[in-house]
Design a protein around this ligand. Sequence first.
Ligand SMILES: *Cc1c(COP(=O)(O)O)cnc(C)c1O
Length: 360
Amino acid sequence: MEKYIELLRDAMKTKPKSLRAARQKSSSTPLDVYRMNYNESPFGMPPKAAEVLYEACKRPYIYPDWFSIELKTEIAKLYGLSIDNIVTGSGSSTLICMLGEIFLNPGDEVIFGDPSYEAFRDVINDYGATQVPIPLTNDYLYDLDAMYDAISPKTKMIIICNPNNPTGTFVDSAKVEAFIRKLPGNILIVIDEAYMEYVTRKDSYSMVKLIKEEIDQPLIVLRTFSKIYGMAGVRVGYALTSPSLVDYFNKSSHAWNLSTLGQSAAAAAIRDQDFIHEVRDFMEKARKEVTEQLRALGCKVWDSESNFLLFEAPIEPKVIAQALADEKIQIGSPIGLNRVSLGTKEMNEKFIYVMEKLLK
Ligand SMILES: *Cc1c(COP(=O)(O)O)cnc(C)c1O
């Protein structure tokens, strides 16, 4: 059986073990447990999108549109871009994987913030490229100067996740824009804006602005329907970039990587921006409230512009996670701290109730 090893492509023979697979848990969460560790939105998708999804379920035999034209048209309208600026995929994670196939050779250096989203290390690892993690500042903000100083002749790609996961923190848009403008033109810059719709800071804006201005710099902005759109299980994400780059994604894409159901539901979801604004307004209040409640209990909470809070408590993360698990609440314990994804009013209240019992 092991004879197949000889048949593998050279790159596959030397590919490191998948970090992504190693991290997965084997069982799913029982339905009565509050999943406050995946940054999901329990509000789900806009009701009108759910109706469209249900309608699409009646015609499962129809192949999806390979180019997702209806969905791309809605995305283009939302940003004032052309459909030629858009790549769709089954979640932005898939697009991050494609970045590896399109750009990364063994030995290429990729600069990214540390800690940040795991998928970046995964793709660097998958393609044998070299990780150049740059520690965040004490406030868990990107150290853009240090990232700039880390540029070497081998630097291929720089990744900024804003707001950042797992910290929830947000770097000033103007600072990110200035950083991008300062970069040499032979480096690809990737901005992961998975949580951008949650940002309520007045002076914030998306780096899509630079794509609209046709900046002379390879730039990719990643977006997803998994977060504020509440569609993580449907698997829809997209990249915005210059039209000349889009065909490389087409070359790397699997055929029909977006289902008919996902395409039509996502298109309908975009058309319901009122719903998205409602969720954003709710979350702005919730994160302010829960931040204050945790601080009143003696926790250090990092200022978040997302739907989750990173915090440090006077007791061990393990003990906190267990006490919450006993009450059927899951939270995350990344980087030796605690991270709670905010949810419905009931979820947030139950979380605080357990925290009060623990810490008061
Ligand atoms: C959740 C998340 C994504 C989205 O992943 P999908 O594949 O679109 O579900 C992307 N980037 C970051 C930083 C995330 O936290």
